[in-house]
Design a protein around this ligand. Sequence first.
Ligand SMILES: [Zn+2]
Length: 487
Amino acid sequence: MKQMLVNRTPKETFISLIENGQLVEVFIEPAEDQSIVGSVYAGVVENVLPGMQAAFVDIGLGKNAYLYIEDILSKEALAKMNGIEKKASINDYIKKGQPLLVQIKKAPIDAKGARVTLDITLPGRYLVVMPHNDYIGISKRISDPEEKERLKSIAEGLVDAGKGMVIRTVAEGIEAEKLASDYEKLSHVWDEILKDYEAMKGKKGLVRGDVEFATRVFRDVIKPDIERITVLHEETYVQLKDYVEKFIPDVSGKIFYRAPGDYHELDVIECLKRALKKKVWLDNGGYLIIEHVEALSIIDVNTGKFTGKKNLEETAYQTNLLAAKEVARQIRLRNMGGIIIVDFIDMKLDAHKYELVHLLEEETSKDSMKVQVMGITKLGLVEMTRKKAKRSLSTLLEKTCPLCQGKGTVLSEESVLRLLAYRVVEVADTLQGSQLFIKLHPQVYTYVMKHESDYFSWVERHYNKKIVLEKDATLLYDAFVVEGRRE
Ligand SMILES: [Zn+2]
């Protein structure tokens, strides 16, 4: 049972992929990344700057947008111009006061306006249509030369004069009919844009917003075997329903709105918290320990409480099988990339080793990222690689621990006190005043008050100074401050 859950808060859009009641993959787009890139605007040229080969275009946003000459002409046209005649000048193409239909290429940053282009692109499920650019391209991630040739000839057959398209990776193996229907829909979208633009009669502003992050995920992730898409945000639901009806009609009957308070099937927050933990429990009491060092991740499999009744080999084998399934799920959920080494429990039988590697291959094949399993070594280590993700779940949600600077350990309370004692001996004689003022992290303070009051009484008697201990929440866990004070 495959389900998708879409939620949106003022902070982000959050999409969870759920299989058999378990969270298997998450897609998160922070609100600050939800930009207007891809939206189409009607604008008017405010100013042409020949020196910069750019123009300012008023598109009805606060700041004027930038239009550079390379976003006016295609690369081919530019190369031709630059090669033969005098250098192309923006003045030859754009005039002040000229109305333009532009697409946002880069979002505005701080004081800088958005960067716009005349080369509009309309992304669909299988292809991207370029109404002003007669280029035909195939995704570089499709490697089979025969398939490339097939897609190219389909594209050439579809495209209208003057338009162009890029075939996306998901089009691999998809029949011509579906590509044609995608092209038709996008052509229709383009006609609508032109109609709306005309209806605006020279007014500046948004003509068509880009399909949201959620639809981008839909485009890439949704397969026909999805059984239900639940959207917990009404406005997003309306947008997605509309998108799905246009582009993925097969699933349009499977998308539903649910008020966030009415959804209780899976506690996503709890699942996420678990997906960040080092320790992952297996059903039989065994567990995994997941750790990362730079580009390498290490997963250690432990039998834990499960000692098995029969024999060691069987215990190891059963735990390893459970672990293999969980490892595949965890690397996908955590979006881990690079080299992953799994330290399985030692097994003697080759048949067991073979079965284990086989299961791991089978389980990781469900991943949308490519995972390669390299086989098992004599010590029971399995090396795997997974395509490097842009951001792992951990880098998306966590930061380096400020207490230990990512080391994972801090000085024990005893050691803090040990170092503090050295410092006190060092400075007690020289510090001015009759008071020794000591600041500690609140938790260390509590420990010291409970266990070490004898020590401080000794210092008070020995140096004839009154000790004043104080909590300071701004201190790092293992830091302290010693000062002398007059009463
Ligand atoms: Zn830490």
